[in-house]
Design a protein around this ligand. Structure first.
Ligand code: NDP
Ligand code: 8X3
Length: 253
């Protein structure tokens, strides 16, 4: 039987990288995306013992880069069975009046527009073959707004809405769409949000056990491995210590 093929955006780090590893261990061929080519090269080296790995370095927020990247793999695109829209980040954590417009734009351009650019490259061939599974990584931030989360929360609310919209528009073409909404996962996410401030990033995950990228990757594999008639449409996955977006029960040390 021919192996399945998954394209993962944001495979250079965190959730995307761990997902690549789990999928490879289940014999799913991979197209790995991200801007940091050297990291994609390293991951390809590690995983190509198990499966066929192609790498595709590009910035999802730049439409011309997205176009030329997908043109370079035009023969592979019709063979993509699973699209994992994972790439994204928060930039800054400030109240709406003090936030930096460049940060706001980066989040909109990457988390919303980038997800759309990539999806539009792949969905037409899924429609053609009447098969496919799209996984969108949203966030608890798309379900609840929290102080200073403003534009990041708005961008993830858009992912929530787009996932629902995709599911409605694509079900008649036998395409599954599943959104996954994690709470705090320890990755490079906070280093990006706090612009490289290690202390601030570390503090985010102190005094409790956050989710690991493995926890999300494991859920992704569970969702894509259900029988054809089962679509896990939406899931909220939280650390035990984070019952909602604004509460984290930390041990006092
Ligand atoms: P990381 O910062 O570890 O990974 C982010 C990934 O996205 C990297 O591989 C990065 O690759 C890629 N990326 C970011 N911007 C771009 C861009 N413009 N073009 C291409 N790739 C890009 O964070 P996570 O693994 O935590 O984040 C993955 C997803 O999970 C994101 O959508 C995030 O919003 C979401 N999420 C994270 C949570 C958390 O607590 N960590 C909780 C809920 C959701 P590169 O820099 O090489 O381009
Ligand atoms: C990332 C998790 O709680 O920082 O989406 O928004 S949170």
């Amino acid at each position: 039987m021919e192996k399945k093929l998954a394209l993962i955006t944001g495979a250079t780090s965190g959730i995307g990288r761990e997902t690549a590893k789990i999928l490879a261990s289940h014999h799913i061929n991979l197209v790995l995306c991200g801007r940091r080519k050297e990291r994609l090269d390293m991951l390809k080296k590690e995983l190509e013992q198990l499966v066929k790995v192609d790498i595709l370095p590009f910035d999802i927020s730049k439409p011309s880069e997205v176009k030329s990247a997908f043109l370079s793999i035009k023969d592979l695109v019709p063979r993509i069975d699973i699209l994992i829209n994972n790439a994204g980040n928060a930039h800054g954590l400030s109240s709406i009046d003090k936030g930096d417009m460049e940060d706001f734009e980066k989040m909109i351009d990457t988390n919303i527009k980038g997800l759309l650019y990539v999806s539009q490259e792949i969905i037409p061939s899924m429609v053609n073959k009447k098969a496919g599974h799209i996984i969108n990584i949203g966030s608890i931030a798309g379900k609840e707004v929290y102080p200073k989360g403003n534009v990041y929360c708005a961008s993830k609310s858009a992912v929530d809405a787009l996932g629902k919209a995709m599911r409605i528009d694509l079900a008649e073409h036998q395409i599954k769409v599943s959104n996954i909404n994690p709470g705090l996962v320890e990755t490079e996410f906070s280093m990006v949000r706090f612009k490289g401030n290690q202390d601030m990033a570390k503090k985010t995950y102190q005094g409790f056990t956050p989710l690991s990228p493995y926890d999300i990757a494991d859920l992704i594999y569970f969702i894509i491995s259900r029988p054809l008639h089962v679509n896990i449409a939406d899931s909220l996955i939280l650390p035990l210590a984070q019952p909602c977006a604004t509460t984290v029960i930390r041990e006092i040390t």
